[in-house]
Design a protein around this ligand. Structure first.
Ligand SMILES: NC(=O)c1ccc[n+]([C@@H]2O[C@H](COP(=O)([O-])OP(=O)(O)OC[C@H]3O[C@@H](n4cnc5c(N)ncnc54)[C@H](OP(=O)(O)O)[C@@H]3O)[C@@H](O)[C@H]2O)c1
Length: 318
């Protein structure tokens, strides 16, 4: 099953299940990440037909891109859509967001070198730089597109106002923003804007960072580097409530003879405006599980049953 992504007259054909690569080399985001396992996971994804890989400088501060570059040497790069992101700049005083044209050029050139390619299919401004107008950052990305160094322009983690400003010259092809059964705020304004303006909305955290995978329990604790220590959906009462919702989702997944992860991805793909999901994977087995989503067809009754579980989180019900 192939879907067409990005704006109407500039098409990229992709399998609707992509690979989120923040755990491939993302040693600064997760604990106990092993390069070999990350590379194996990526090889497996490519061998199974996944052809959209989402990474960023920030995942391993370049290491995710390096591993992807290594693995892609053994595959046909032309058949893979590479999405990466820039804006994080490491300074002696910590990390800042730098959306200046000069820094964006530097970070893009470094991404190209690490990925061992001379073009990036989709390059996102990872976060807006609050010290300069976002239109200036996007202007730089437009220049890179004219130079052939990137094919499509994306933004991530923006407000509606920032998205509108970024898109004032209709430059934006993709928005990446959190969206899953559990995190629904994009349903308010961002997703409708993307549908109206023909911008591909690419959800991140489609498994709610692992929660919808169904293996966490009230005793699960995230520690150390793990960026999940900072996520509200995995904390306190929200975490406990979400675990109970996932238990109910398991009943539907069992009836459909599938996993909660695959069911959650199939649900996302059934939403208007969603053409692809990029679940993160730490193993080949997780990748294979994601692909089960392609075999799930959801009836209106299934969708109603799922909605009933997440009823109080649905944006329009808030
Ligand atoms: N633009 C941004 O600011 C931004 C932010 C976040 C993510 N992203 C991108 O979006 C991608 C997806 O988001 P995400 O990886 O943070 O969250 P996610 O896809 O919601 O969850 C991924 C995590 O779920 C668990 N998991 C994966 N498959 C599973 C399965 N089949 N069964 C059970 N558990 C499973 C794994 O963690 P455990 O095995 O440890 O449970 C995995 O690391 C990222 O990889 C990254 O490329 C972008």
């Amino acid at each position: 099953m192939i879907k067409t992504l990005l704006s109407e007259n500039k098409k990229i054909d992709v399998l609707p299940i992509g690979l989120g690569a923040n755990a491939i080399g993302g040693y600064n985001i997760f604990n106990n990440i092993e390069d070999d396992k990350g590379k194996k996971t990526l090889h497996h994804a490519l061998e199974r037909g996944i052809n959209f890989i989402d990474t960023a400088f920030r995942y391993g501060n370049g290491h995710s891109e390096e591993l992807i570059g290594e693995v892609l040497k053994e595959h046909n790069r032309e058949q893979v859509v590479i999405a990466t992101k820039g804006a994080h700049r490491l300074t002696p005083n910590g990390i800042i967001m730098d959306g200046s044209p000069a820094y964006l050029r530097e970070t893009l050139e470094n991404s190209l070198r690490r990925l061992k390619t001379d073009y990036i299919d989709l390059f996102y401004l990872h976060y807006p730089d609050k010290t300069i107008p976002i239109s200036e950052s996007i202007g730089a990305l437009e220049t890179f597109r004219q130079e052939g160094k990137i094919r499509y322009i994306g933004v991530s983690n923006v407000t509606l106002a920032q998205l509108k400003e970024a898109n004032q010259n209709h430059s934006i092809n993709a928005l990446q923003y959190r969206y899953s059964l559990i995190e629904r705020d994009a349903e308010d304004q961002l997703l409708p804007y993307c549908i109206k303006h023909n911008i591909s909305f690419i959800p991140y955290g489609p498994l709610s960072y692992g929660l919808l995978g169904g293996k966490y329990t009230p005793d699960t604790v995230f520690q150390g580097n793990d960026w999940r220590t900072r996520l509200d959906v995995l904390k306190g009462k929200q975490f406990i409530d979400n675990l109970q919702r996932v238990e109910q989702l398991k009943i539907i997944a069992n009836k459909k003879n599938t996993s909660t992860a695959a069911l959650s991805l199939a649900w996302l793909l059934s939403q208007r405006g969603i053409d692809i999901v990029i679940p993160g994977a730490k193993s080949p087995e997780q990748v294979s599980d994601h692909l089960l989503a392609l075999d799930i067809s959801l009836t209106n009754q299934d969708l109603d049953e799922i909605d009933a579980i997440f009823n109080d989180l649905i944006y329009s019900k808030k």
